[in-house]
Design a protein around this ligand. Structure first.
Ligand SMILES: Nc1ncnc2c1ncn2[C@@H]1O[C@H](COP(=O)(O)OP(=O)(O)OP(=O)(O)O)[C@@H](O)[C@H]1O
Ligand SMILES: [Mg+2]
Length: 393
C-alpha cells in the first residue's frame, strides 16, 4: 500500500529533504540542483586543465558536500572535453594494491566506453579482458585461483595504452572520482591512503589520468578542505529543490518551513548538510503525520520542530547508545553542547580511564552522535557533538 504523499500539502511531489548525493545519472537527485562552491569548483577544474595528469584530494567534515562537489566537477570537465563516467569508485581498505589498480582500470575503461561506445582495437581489447576477469572475480584479483600479480604485471601497461587510446580519439584526458566509504574508520582510511600511494609510480602518473579522491583524511598533499556552505546558499539549495519538485504546475510550491528553522538548524549542524536534511525530513514527517490530507497546512515553525526532534532523537540515541553512554553525553552537554573536548578532558569530566573514554567515543561516532575534527599538527584530536545530539539535548 502506497503511503499518501504528505509533501503534496506543500504542492511538492516528494520529500525535498532527501540526503542522497547529487549525480549526473540520477533523475531524482540531478546535478542542476547544485549551488555555490564556485571557487572550489574552479580550483579543481583548473588543476585538471593545467597538466597532463593530476591527483587532487577533497576533504571536509561528514555531510558537508564533498562527493556532490566532485560529481559536479566531473561534469564540468566532461563539458570541457575530458572523458569520465558517472561512476563513483569506492576505495576500501581491503584487498591489496592490485585491487585498487583493477578499480582504476575498470574506471578508465568505463569512461572510454561511455564517451566512445564504438571503441575498439588492441588497447581496448586488452583492457576489456583484464576488466572482465576482474569483474568475474568480484573486484580485485585476490582469489587464490588467480596467478598472483597478474594485474600488477599487465595492469599498468594496459592502463597506459588505454589512456593513449582515449587521447588519440579526442579526449583531453580521463577524470576519475575515487570516494572513501562513508564509514571508514581512522585506521582503515589511512590504510586506503597507503594503498593509493603504493601504486602511485606504476599507475597514477600516466599522461591523461586525472584523479580526484574524496576522503576525510588527506591522501595527497594539500587537500582542498571544504568549509560549510553559506547560509544563503543553503536557502537557495532548498528553494531549488522545492522548485524542482513542484507537483501542480499551476500553483506555486510552498516552503514547508519557516525561515527561522533553516537558520537555527544551520547553526546546530555547522555545515553537515546530510545531518540537517535528515533532521528536516524526520521532523516534518513526524509533524505531518498528524495532519489529515487536504487540510490547509502552514509552514512548520521552529518550536514545533525542535520539540518533535528532541523527543525523537532522544529516544533513538538512548536506545542505540544505552544508558551509560547516554548519561555521558548529557554530562558533556551540561558543560556546553557546542564545546569541543579532547580525550583528556573527557577523562576528567566522566571520571573514567582513558581506554574507556576512547571506547565510548568510538561507539558515539558510530552512532552518528559525535565527530572527530581533523587533527591539527600535533594537537590532541578534538571531539564535537553532532547536530543530531544537540537537537536531542
Ligand atoms: N553544493 C551543493 N549544492 C546542492 N546540494 C548539495 C551541495 N553539496 C551537498 N549537497 C547535498 O547535501 C547532501 C550531502 O552531500 P554529499 O553527499 O556530497 O556530502 P559528503 O561530504 O560527501 O558526505 P559524507 O561525508 O557522508 O560522504 C546531499 O543530499 C547533497 O545532495
Ligand atoms: Mg560522500
Amino acid at each position: 500500500m502506497a503511503l499518501p504523499n504528505l509533501w503534496g500539502l506543500y504542492n511538492l511531489r516528494s520529500s525535498p529533504f532527501f540526503q542522497a548525493t547529487l549525480r549526473a545519472d540520477s533523475q531524482a537527485t540531478p546535478l542542476r540542483l547544485f549551488v555555490g562552491r564556485q571557487r572550489e569548483r574552479q580550483l579543481l577544474l583548473t588543476t585538471i586543465g593545467s597538466s597532463a595528469s593530476s591527483r587532487q584530494a577533497v576533504a571536509g567534515r561528514p555531510g558537508i558536500g564533498k562527493t556532490t562537489l566532485v560529481q559536479t566537477v566531473k561534469a564540468d570537465a566532461q563539458a570541457g572535453g575530458y572523458w569520465s563516467s558517472d561512476e563513483i569508485i569506492p576505495i576500501s581498505a581491503e584487498g591489496a594494491s592490485e585491487h585498487l589498480l583493477g578499480q582504476l582500470l575498470s574506471g578508465v575503461y568505463d569512461a572510454v566506453l561511455a564517451n566512445c561506445p564504438t571503441a575498439a582495437g588492441p588497447e581496448v581489447e586488452a583492457a576489456q579482458q583484464l576488466v572482465r576477469s576482474i569483474r568475474l572475480r568480484g573486484g580485485g584479483l585476490t582469489l587464490s585461483a588467480t596467478p598472483p600479480g597478474a594485474l600488477l604485471l599487465d595492469g599498468p601497461r594496459v592502463l597506459r595504452d588505454l589512456l593513449r587510446y582515449a587521447i588519440g580519439h579526442g579526449a583531453r584526458g580521463i577524470v576519475l572520482h575515487l570516494n572513501n566509504l562513508e564509514s571508514l574508520s581512522e585506521a582503515d582510511a589511512s590504510r586506503a591512503a597507503d594503498l593509493l600511494r603504493g601504486i602511485r609510480d606504476q599507475a597514477l602518473l600516466h599522461d591523461g589520468l586525472h584523479l580526484i579522491v574524496v576522503g576525510s583524511r588527506s591522501v595527497f598533499r594539500n587537500p582542498l578542505v571544504l568549509e560549510p556552505l553559506e547560509l544563503g546558499d543553503v536557502e537557495q539549495l532548498l528553494a531549488n529543490r522545492y522548485a524542482a519538485l513542484q507537483l501542480d504546475p499551476l500553483r506555486a510550491w510552498r516552503s514547508p518551513l519557516e525561515s527561522a528553522v533553516v537558520q537555527r538548524l544551520y547553526a546546530l549542524f555547522r555545515g553537515d548538510l546530510r545531518g540537517m536534511l535528515k533532521a528536516l525530513e524526520d521532523g516534518i514527517t513526524a509533524l505531518l503525520g498528524f495532519t489529515s490530507a487536504g487540510a490547509d497546512v502552514a509552514p512548520v515553525g521552529l518550536e514545533d520542530l525542535l520539540l518533535t526532534l528532541r523527543q525523537r532523537n532522544q529516544a533513538e540515541l538512548r536506545e542505540q547508545l544505552g544508558d551509560t553512554a547516554w548519561e555521558r553525553l548529557v554530562a558533556w552537554a551540561r558543560v556546553d553542547s557546542a564545546s569541543s573536548q579532547t580525550q583528556a578532558q573527557l577523562v576528567e569530566l566522566w571520571q573514567v580511564r582513558q581506554p574507556t573514554v576512547s571506547k565510548t567515543l568510538q561507539q558515539m561516532i558510530e552512532a552518528g552522535a559525535v565527530e572527530a575534527l581533523p587533527r591539527r599538527g600535533r594537537e590532541a584530536i578534538q571531539y564535537l557533538m553532532t547536530g543530531t545530539v544537540r537537537l536531542a539535548l
